[in-house]
Structures are given as structure tokens and as C-alpha cells.
Ligand binder design. Sequence first.
Ligand code: PLP
Length: 299
Amino acid sequence: MNQDIDIGLLQQKGIKLTVKREDLLHPHISGNKFRKLKYNLIEARDEGADTLLTFGGAYSNHIAATAAAGREYGFKTIGIIRGDELGDYKDQNPTLRFAQEQGMSLKFVSREDFRKKQDEGFIAKLRQEFGHFFTIPEGGTNEFAVKGCEEILTAEDKTYNYICCAVGTGGTLSGIINSATDKQKVLGFPALKGSFLNKDIRKFAQSDNWQLVEDYHFGGYAKVNESLIRFVNEFKKQTGIPLDPIYTGKMMYGVMALVEEDYFKSGTSILAIHTGGLQGIDGMNQKLKQKGLPLIDID
Ligand SMILES: *Cc1c(COP(=O)(O)O)cnc(C)c1O
């Protein structure tokens, strides 16, 4: 569903901004994670696997989505979680609690072991412990995920001049790049620092009609400040659309900042992808409260 945004600044600058509400695709398998899992689940079934194993941090949208998708489509799920100290808090963490409620088994590993997650020895040990499983990488990005994300844009989206999307691993952006037309420009807004992303995206992207806007990561992955929180709350008040602080909030903050500084010509139409991630708000609010920062408004 596409939702047109009515904010004074946009009118003043002659910009049409529309949000693609991928966050509304499914109540638990949020936004781009649904797209990224689709062909992975089909592949797992074709290979005869009955168990999915994947990796993530304690607040990971991908962990939550994989747990819910496993439950809905009849797979057992195993989540390898970064940080062995977290095992003691797994019931206080909203994401991990949700994943367990969906039937996911959690295994906590040290940050050091987590870094070895691609190694054959590490995977072999997991196979000894859990038997046969289909592996989905951290964040869910692989060729199947990119194929799923090529289905985000539809025929009616061809009229937009710009497509804007948050970037973690770049899998979602790659799918969007592959399905955008030559006349469209795709802007990715990384939610983390680092220059490895351009290379990662080139691995999957089949055209060069794209660019990363690297000024709106707010210091790094899951880092937030008061001005971002206020923006997310204000955006919701004005449009009714909730944003998550880790991905879509930073992307939209960046889009509005570019509008403000006349990056886009008057008459430009922009489609911003709401990739979901709202499950992470509860966990973020716990952290904000500890730091004495304002909280993200939820109904
Ligand atoms: C995971 C996620 C992203 C990043 O997707 P990538 O394919 O890893 O770039 C963006 N937005 C939300 C809400 C996410 O959960």
C-alpha cells in the first residue's frame, strides 16, 4: 500500500513524497524481512529441511521475523544470538521473548564465536548439536533474499523519480535497484558506518542507477540521539506513520533533510520504502529510559 505524505515542507518545496507501507505486509513478519525470507523458505522446503537456523543480535528484526515465519510455515527455528551474557536476560528482552514465544530455540554465543559463524568448523559443531538445518545468514541477505526484494516495487511505482530505502546489509536495496527502471534513481540510507556496503551491493545489484547517502547513520548501528527520537515522534503525529529508530527513522530523517536543503528539484516525486522494524521499538525504549532520553511514542 502506498500512502501520500502531507507535510508543509513538501508542499513548499514542490515535492511529492509517498511511503510504501511494507510494514503492514504481515503483523509479525515485518516489511523487508518477509520479502527476504520468502524464497529462502521455498528453497528450504525444496531441499527437504524442516529446520531453519540463523544468526542475529539481541534486538534483531531478522531473528523476530524468522521465528514468526517458521511458526507460520511449519519450520522449527534456531537462533544463534551474539553475546553469551544475554542468556540470563532473554526473558526481559522483548525481541528474544517474542522469538521464544514463536517457538524459536535460542543459543547464545560469545562475540568472538559469533564472528566465526561462517567458518566450516563452527557450522559443523552446530550440525552435531542440532542435526540437519537450512542456514539463513545474519540479516537474511543472500541471492534468495534479493530475489524476494525485487518484488517490493510494482508497476504503479514506475512513475517515481527517486526510490529511497534504509540499508543494513544492502540486500533489500539490491532488490530494489534490480527492479527499478533506468530512469529512476535509487538512494540508500545506511543505518551503520562503513564503506564496505558499496562493494556488497555491487555483488547483487545489476545496474548502477543508485547511490548511498551516508550522512544519516547517527553515529552507527542502533545509535540514536534526541533529535532523531523527536523526529520519529513528530513524523508519526503529522502522518500517522510509525517509524523505527534504527532504520526507517534514519532514512526518513535523511530524506526530509535532503528536501530541506533542495537536493531534489521542485516537481520531483519520491517513493520511500517503509521496511518495517517496529518490533524493535520496545527494546529501544528500554534503553532510552535507562539513558534518560525521550521515548518513542507508541499507541
Ligand atoms: C533489516 C532491515 C533493513 C535493512 O535491510 P538490508 O537488506 O539488510 O539492507 C532495513 N529496514 C528494516 C526495518 C530492517 O529490519
